[in-house]
Design a protein around this ligand. Structure first.
Ligand SMILES: Nc1ncnc2c1ncn2[C@@H]1O[C@H](COP(=O)(O)OP(=O)(O)O)[C@@H](O)[C@H]1O
Ligand SMILES: [Mg+2]
Length: 252
């Protein structure tokens, strides 16, 4: 039974790599159908937070609940089947598979072949460019198109929650704004989105609620418009020194 109204509830988690502490007592919640962003500079623990949701890193402390059920002991596959989908960092589409094959893989937790067809049509309706290019090898598409494909692939499992790791990475400002509009349109259809971002400015424009990580701890949290105007946030991330200023370009 659900213990609260939240869809995802991450409570007091700590993650270690050996003796190195990447996350310390971090808590956040995502409500059904909301957009929540987790902001922070390089190495602040954003990807580790995302990995914790999917169980690809172990928790040292804390718990994770999805629709009130404790999921932190579950396999990754079981979490995905329960309704959590990932758009991983760097998009990670299968370069040597076609657009359509990439999308079909997103539905691999579904048992019903007819549903796959229906869901594929729904994704094609949402992203007509993917329909046009369904036979094209994913690796031959532009970064923005691959991001769209990774997004469409996540939608193929009909998730209740999509977790995205730095969707703006390596994107031009025009593409960032297009992709973030997609996030808004997903939310309008009732799917919650948890977006991990260094690009605070872009993420705060579309988020309902924001958390800011600094070296593995939540330093600030609140409604997005409040975080956007927070003096600490302005000084650190939204002023003349952009959040990502010291970050080297992605290695892909
Ligand atoms: N597999 C790993 N082994 C050891 N240290 C890691 C590993 N993954 C991440 N880290 C360290 O944990 C910290 C947080 O990393 P990460 O969660 O990837 O941050 P972010 O996504 O915000 O850049 C960093 O200091 C990083 O070097
Ligand atoms: Mg990361």
């Amino acid at each position: 039974m659900a213990s609260s109204d939240s869809l995802l509830e991450v409570r007091n988690i700590s993650v270690y790599y050996g003796s190195f502490r990447a996350l310390e007592d971090v808590s956040y919640t995502v409500g059904p159908g909301s957009v929540v962003c987790l902001l922070g500079g390089n190495a602040s623990g954003k990807s580790s937070s995302m990995k914790a949701i999917f169980g690809t890193v172990p928790l040292r402390t804390g718990s994770i609940r999805f629709e009130g059920q404790r999921i932190d002991g579950w396999t990754t596959a079981k979490r995905v089947a329960a309704g959590i989908a990932a758009v991983p960092e760097g998009r990670r589409v299968f370069a040597n598979l076609s657009v359509r094959e990439n999308l079909e893989l997103g539905a691999c937790t579904l048992r019903d072949g007819r549903a796959v067809r229906t869901y594929l049509d729904a994704v094609f309706d949402q992203f007509p460019q993917l329909r046009e290019r369904q036979g094209q090898m994913a690796g031959s598409m532009s970064g923005g198109e691959q991001q769209m494909l990774a997004f469409g692939r996540a939608l193929m499992s009909r998730p209740k929650l999509i977790c995205m790791d730095e969707p703006s990475m390596g994107m031009s400002p025009a593409l960032v704004s297009r992709n973030f509009k997609l996030i808004k349109s997903i939310r309008e259809r009732g799917t919650a989105v948890f977006v991990v971002e260094q690009n605070a400015r872009a993420a705060l424009k579309i988020a309902d609620y924001a958390y800011v990580l600094r070296t593995g701890s939540v330093m600030l949290r609140g409604p997005a418009e409040q975080v956007a105007t927070d003096p600490q946030m302005q000084a650190a991330y939204l002023g003349h020194t952009p959040l990502a200023a010291t970050v080297p370009p992605a290695a892909h």
